[in-house]
Design a protein around this ligand. Sequence first.
Ligand code: BEZ
Length: 251
Amino acid sequence: MKGWFSMTMQFFAPRGADGSPMRIPQSFRRTVKWLPQIGDIFPRFVVDSTHGLLDFWDWADGHWVLLFSHPAANTPVCTTELGSIAANRADFEALGAKALGLTVSSIDEQVAWHKDIEDFYGEPIWFPTAHDPEGAVSEVLGMNHAKEHTEWPIRKSFIIDPQMRIRMIFEYPIFIGRSIEETLRVIEALQLRDNTGAATPGDWLDDDPVIIADDRCELEVVRTFGSVSKMLLPYLRVVRTDDKRFRMRTR
Ligand code: BEZ
């Protein structure tokens, strides 16, 4: 019994460098529930959407997916986000990526709102947005943050790969719009990682050097990237992505 108790304590209250227990609020210690993490297979779900009934796995159909929650139709920040995704259609297509919005507003409200956005931006809303009655799907996916708002989901984004594995999770508060450029940048970096095994540095953009984070031989580096690598520090080895095979889109 003593062993079980100390294991439980260690799980809930890990010790800091000075031996003091980490102070996790009592109420949090009692709430243990599944939340999607990077590496998880994304759950299959069916929702009604502006493109009709949609089974998420079937709809994704081997594409990369940006699944994003947003508070509600006919709200200003969400309008600009949808407008930005609409305007970046060519970039999504070049990356083989689809987009799906999720919110609590009815389909009729969303359809009318899309028309407004299309008129305002002069860009078609080429992606579906889904209706999540009562916010039930949002709840499972950790999109409802009661301390941010009790009525609306936050802006949570998942990047999901063609095998339906979660590769990135962003959470933004209600009143801060997301950067769609950043979303596209991460999809591109993930694809580069999958295709070459390279890591990407902070603030990486598509012409920048990439990081070789393993100990592959120089011959392999040249074969993959078309140029030799350089040791900038004993633990920082970089190479340029000179090989046009890795330029999958232009900005
Ligand atoms: C928005 O601008 O997206 C927004 C504004 C008020 C409440 C929720 C969302």
